[in-house]
Design a protein around this ligand. Structure first.
Ligand SMILES: [Zn+2]
Length: 189
């Protein structure tokens, strides 16, 4: 019997196809009719609004597969966390991904500003980082903030219904690299 790959393995397999220029995803008219009735996304994703970061393309997934929440700097604002909670509690997504990316303009702005204001003041920065370090740090901290602020998401992990992960997409190569992964009986690695 063929084992069904886990949601994260499905995303990573799609990302491999994208990197290699062998994408297979398509959006047929018949599929749209099915989606008009209901959808059961494979994952909920918090990502940056950057036009070079489009999860459906980067993970080679069709319409209806990814519940995507986009905000500059992939910052876990209250609205973003509540949207992710909707995906977990009403759509029963089995996977939540925080997705940072290389060359992030929002993280660059926060790094260069002595006193970042508004949304960018919420970007998490370590002491004296370079841009790549700051992008990785902000992505990992975004996931930790979601876990700190959402008992609902934490409960879903502990009940074994949800896996959460963070990772960074390298725009030039297209490759998505996992940073952290939390699931039941495996609190971080
Ligand atoms: Zn960005």
């Amino acid at each position: 019997m063929t084992e069904i790959p886990s949601p994260i393995d499905q995303l990573l397999a799609g990302n491999k196809r994208y990197v290699e220029g062998k994408t297979t995803s398509s959006n047929k008219p018949g599929h749209r009719h099915e989606l008009s009735e209901a959808h059961a996304p494979l994952a909920a994703i918090l990502c940056c609004s950057d036009a070079r970061v489009v999860p459906e393309i980067v993970f080679d997934q069709p319409l209806g597969s990814l519940f995507t929440c986009s905000v500059a700097g992939n910052i876990p604002t209250t609205e973003m966390i509540e949207s992710l909670e909707y995906a977990v509690s009403f759509l029963n997504v089995p996977l939540l991904v925080v997705m940072g990316h290389s060359s992030c303009g929002a993280v660059t702005e926060a790094l260069l500003s002595e006193y970042p204001s508004g949304l960018f003041s919420q970007i998490a920065l370590p002491p004296d980082p370079n841009l790549q370090e700051a992008i990785i740090y902000n992505t990992k901290e975004s996931l930790k903030t979601i876990l700190d602020r959402s008992p609902l998401i934490l409960d879903s992990i502990e009940s074994g219904d949800l896996t959460v992960t963070s990772g960074v997409q390298d725009i030039a190569s297209g490759k998505f690299t996992v940073l952290d992964c939390y699931q039941v009986h495996d609190q971080g690695k």
